[in-house]
Design a protein around this ligand. Sequence first.
Ligand SMILES: [Zn+2]
Length: 335
Amino acid sequence: MQRRQLLISSVCAGLAACTRTPSAADGMVMTVRGPVAPETLGLVLAHEHLFSNFGGEPAEPAEYDEAALLRAVTPYLQKVKSLGGGCIVDATAAWFGRRPDLLRRLSQSTEIHVLTNTGYYGAANDRYVPSAAHSEDADAISARWLREFEDGIGETGIRPGFLKIGVDEGALSEIDRKLIVAAARTHRATGLTIAVHTGGNPDAAAQQLEILASEGVAASAWIWVHANSALEIGDLERAAERGAWISLDGLDVGSIGRHLAILNRLRAGGFLSQVLLSHDGNSFRATGRAPRAYDALFTHFLPKLRQESFTEAEIAQLTRGNPQRAYTIGKRLQR
Ligand SMILES: [Zn+2]
């Protein structure tokens, strides 16, 4: 109860109401083991999935063969740790596999920091959006997410470290629009960063930034997730110019050249301080699909950057400073 009193107790009724109480988590990163100072995270993988049941039936909370899951995921985390990783941002959302309690167990046993999320994933043709969200308004949806931030997810007491949203291909649908409005309002109440699965959809990216602006939220509160799928690097530059985070998160051994080409352009444009790197890996997929590793950053991409004359300061910025800042809780409002 004491914790609750420190936090904001109700969703914003209007823009004016939202700028009041600073959250007790302000300036911190919320991990599954509680708030920590950003710089204690070390090297951060900014978008991975320790596990999911993506492709399977929607369920919240997800059910897993827990022993098999822990057996599969633990070695991946140990490897990341041995390579110098300190934190993984887990992007598995509600309804397709989120289990904060399992994330916490893994975080405790491997001593890697892990972030989980609140929000709804409106990609995959809205398969993982709960039916209630179609009839509720944006404030009612936001109120659910805000409750998770204040009270923890389910009975776990574990609080989300960011908002994870998804939108479908093409122009934003009605539900996708509503999710972005709800995310903007939740940001205004909590300071949680808004990571949106947007992929190679620059029109949807621009539309989202318009919605955020109309809700008074700055682009610097928003992460273009899967930006590496964009066909035109110019679209990424335009979003970065507005202040957005650009998440190049599909790293694998085969993608190094493409990632490097995008990164070089963003570097030339002066946007290196807004880039996030990750693999969108997945170390346990309940649907039986093959896991996707998340170590190519260490084994291939960083060595390549060094060859390409990226300085150690730039590498530290990309892998530590940027993600630490991106996921620090704090309201980023448009004046
Ligand atoms: Zn993902």
